[in-house]
Design a protein around this ligand. Structure first.
Ligand code: ADP
Length: 164
């Protein structure tokens, strides 16, 4: 039984993330999406909102669950009994950083391997930051995120704008 974690900020979850989630879920027996508490970033969505959002858009995939974690991904994987960390690779620009992370993780625990999935070409430019930027300036994001997430992002932006 292969258990894997897929860590990230998912602020918000995009179709690029969804592509990786669906493909990883076909490879491993259980996939746990780990939403990281990243104090260096100022997220648009709270942890509860991100957990609810990801739970909603992955509810049809039976071997996927979602949780939050603060700390090292390797420590999270170890506690859950997961032996694989899934990461998505968009372009060479991701490579250096991801390679360093994977090697650090392997140094900490050689029993846990990082597995990279190359993104589909159509998502190679896509990031949560791009989605937020486009939505903020009124661009259509319907092809970039699941429908429910599109609504959540647009509602959040309306909310932010009305508070100004
Ligand atoms: P982090 O801040 O940890 O990189 P993200 O939510 O930005 O969190 O990304 C989580 C994971 O998803 C990372 O492995 C990242 O490379 C991958 N990812 C992000 N966007 C895409 C995309 N468009 N296609 C494939 N993988 C992606």
């Amino acid at each position: 039984m292969v258990k894997a974690v897929y860590p990230g900020s998912f602020d918000p979850v995009t179709n690029g993330h969804m592509d990786i989630i669906k493909r990883a879920a076909r490879i491993v027996d259980e996939l746990i999406i780990v939403v990281s508490v990243n104090s260096a970033k100022n997220p648009m969505f709270s942890m509860d909102e991100r957990l609810q959002m990801i739970g909603e858009v992955t509810k049809e995939i039976p071997n996927v669950r979602v949780m939050s974690f603060e700390g090292l991904t390797v420590e999270c994987a170890r506690r859950l009994g997961a032996t694989v960390i899934i990461r998505g690779l968009r372009a060479v620009t991701d490579f250096e950083n991801e390679m360093q992370l994977a090697q650090t993780n392997h140094y900490i625990d050689s029993g846990i391997d990082t597995m990279f999935l190359a993104t589909g070409l159509e998502y190679s430019f896509l990031s949560s930051t791009i989605v937020k930027e486009l939505a903020y300036y009124g661009s259509d994001i319907s092809r970039l995120v699941p429908g429910k997430v599109e609504k959540m992002v647009n509602d959040k932006i309306k909310n932010i704008s009305s508070q100004k």
